[in-house]
Design a protein around this ligand. Structure first.
Ligand code: AP5
Ligand code: MG
Length: 218
């Protein structure tokens, strides 16, 4: 049975940063719902046009659209042996849908690392974030600066600030998280899948803790 990992945590907790680091070690594809939406936005696909307004306002894209998008992605061959999900599920309905789609794929959620970071820290993280235009690599002006200002360390593409990383939109995203996504902490704790890590430690230390915690989960 294929095992899927769900990364949980508020906006700015470090889901994308940690996913980049641990998927290399685990040999799993990194499926980020936010990255897929941003890619569709860039290409101005139908999905991108529908998602755009919700993302700009810092709201969630409706469940039916998001679930269909992830279902399509998880049925591609590279996810047959498992995947790491970053940013999905984000509502109880999405969590139920994930359980259903994995059952169809003869898979299951193996573990749910929850990266815990206090709200006060999130705003500084997101307003100082720089994202790579080509592949979405993540930097921070203070906590993880690129070697050359404004350029990605990995592919030398331009770094930009996400549209939804303005202070006002960040606050909205955190509110939406508390209302709609936080209930998933209990949802997965009840199913004995939650692994809580302290996301305020330095990036490398969080990576180490995640890898140790995941290695003991079979
Ligand atoms: P999405 O792209 O998923 O955004 P998010 O969940 O708000 O999370 P972020 O990407 O902002 O934060 P992160 O936890 O990945 O942090 P990162 O590693 O970058 O979603 C965007 C939008 O798409 C949503 O608002 C919604 O509209 C839509 N959407 C997506 N999924 C959806 C779904 N399932 N349903 C409905 N709508 C959906 O780190 C942040 C910064 O902190 C970086 O600068 C990084 O360098 C720095 N940092 C990371 N770790 C540390 C550390 N340990 N110490 C110091 N700095 C650190
Ligand atoms: Mg992210």
């Amino acid at each position: 049975m294929s095992a899927y990992i769900v990364l949980l945590g508020p906006p700015g907790a470090g889901k994308g940063t940690q996913a980049e680091a641990i998927t290399k070690t685990l040999g799993l594809p990194h499926i980020s719902s936010g990255d897929i939406f941003r890619e569709n936005l860039k290409n101005q696909s139908e999905l991108g046009k529908v998602a755009e307004g919700f993302m700009k306002r810092g709201e969630l894209v409706p469940d039916d659209i998001t679930i269909a998008m992830i279902k399509e992605r998880l049925t591609r061959p590279d996810c047959a042996d498992g995947a790491l999900l970053d940013g999905f599920p984000r509502t109880p309905a999405q969590a139920e849908a994930l359980a259903g789609m994995l059952a169809e794929l003869d898979g299951k959620v193996k573990a749910v690392p929850y990266i815990n970071v206090a709200e006060a820290v999130l705003i500084e993280r997101l307003t100082g974030r720089w994202t790579c235009r080509a592949q979405g690599h993540i930097f921070h002006e203070k906590f993880n600066p690129p070697k050359n200002a404004g350029r990605c360390d990995f592919d030398d593409s331009e770094l930009y600030q996400r549209d939804d990383d303005k202070a006002e939109t960040v606050k909205r995203r955190i509110r939406v998280y508390l209302e709609q996504t936080e209930p998933l902490i209990d949802y997965y704790r009840k199913r004995d899948l939650l692994i809580e890590v302290d996301g305020t430690k330095p990036i490398e230390q969080v990576t180490e803790e995640l890898l140790v915690a995941l290695s003991v989960r079979k």
